[in-house]
Design a protein around this ligand. Structure first.
Ligand code: ADP
Length: 271
């Protein structure tokens, strides 16, 4: 199997490493679009093998954070360190460590599922003789092996998204960033996606999962950061977050992140 770690270590000088225990560190990350402060200097860490949820309503800044963390978008200030490696300074090297499942699907509609994967494998420098085997392995992992010869245009939205996840996994990244992977997805594919994420976690992959569905964050994530208007307004494990709920808020409705979000912002997650 392709070993991203070896490749990374071979090309990175010591000077751009930093000392830290977290797999991923986000430090004072900020993005400004003209007058709009889309992300207002946020800081958090993600532990190795953790599913970390970034929960917030539409427009909170989640995609902007993901795009800066993986190097697609240059921050106005701050930086992300993945295994102590600066995304700003060493974006190309970091690329071998991370897999990104963007919100917009990135598939070639004229290539079949297998060909899509081998195409992206080439981009990641996976040796020719390993590409097909790895593509089949990954298709199996996301439950699309039987459909490997079909083109994505014949897939449901959920299957297309699973293929997108497969692409992100081709080079065996240690850190996977997923931007709202279940939006517009049928229930069967949603379950497949959850199962895939849980299996990846069990194998030690670190995952950043953004969503505006609080139930998903509650089900999947070890720790959750709640974002609103470009800031993190609460962070912790689910029990830690729920402990912040004022007692009178839990009498009529079940304790949940929705209730905490209302307490902190005065609005619902889907406003
Ligand atoms: P989320 O992913 O939480 O829905 P986004 O990160 O997409 O939020 O957006 C955060 C804010 O930044 C929104 O107000 C959005 O309109 C704004 N924004 C995002 N991208 C751009 C851009 N390229 N130019 C200007 N404003 C942007």
């Amino acid at each position: 199997m392709f070993d991203a770690t070896l490749k990374l270590n071979a090309q990175v000088p010591n000077t751009i490493y930093r000392k830290s225990v977290a797999e991923v560190e986000v430090q004072n990350l900020a993005k400004r679009y003209g007058k709009l402060e889309a992300v207002k200097g946020i800081t958090f860490g993600i532990n190795r093998g953790e599913i970390f949820g970034l929960l917030g309503p539409n427009g909170a800044g989640k995609s902007t954070v993901i795009n800066m963390m993986c190097g697609y978008l240059r921050p106005t200030a701050g930086d992300t360190y993945i295994r102590n490696l600066s995304v700003k300074k060493k974006g190309r090297a970091v690329k071998y460590h991370i897999g990104v499942v963007p919100q917009e699907l990135a598939l070639y509609s004229d290539l079949n599922a297998l060909e899509n994967l081998t195409f992206f494998a080439k981009m990641y420098g996976i040796p020719d003789q390993q590409r097909k085997k790895r593509a089949e392995e990954v298709l199996n992992f996301v439950g699309l092996y039987q459909r490997r010869k079909d083109t994505p245009k014949h897939f449901s939205g959920g299957m297309q998204r699973r293929l997108n996840i497969a692409i992100a996994l081709m080079h065996s990244p240690s850190f996977l960033l997923m931007d709202e992977p279940t939006v517009g997805v049928d229930p069967q594919s949603r379950e497949h996606i959850f199962a895939t994420i849980e299996r990846l976690r069990d194998q030690g992959t670190t995952i950043l999962y953004t969503t505006h569905y609080m139930e998903e964050a509650e089900r999947l994530c070890q720790r959750i950061a709640i974002m609103n208007e470009g800031s993190i307004i609460a962070i912790g494990t689910l029990p830690q977050l729920l402990a912040r709920l004022e007692p009178e808020r839990t009498i009529q409705r079940p304790r949940g992140l929705q209730e905490l979000f209302i307490q902190l912002t005065g609005k619902t997650l889907r406003d």
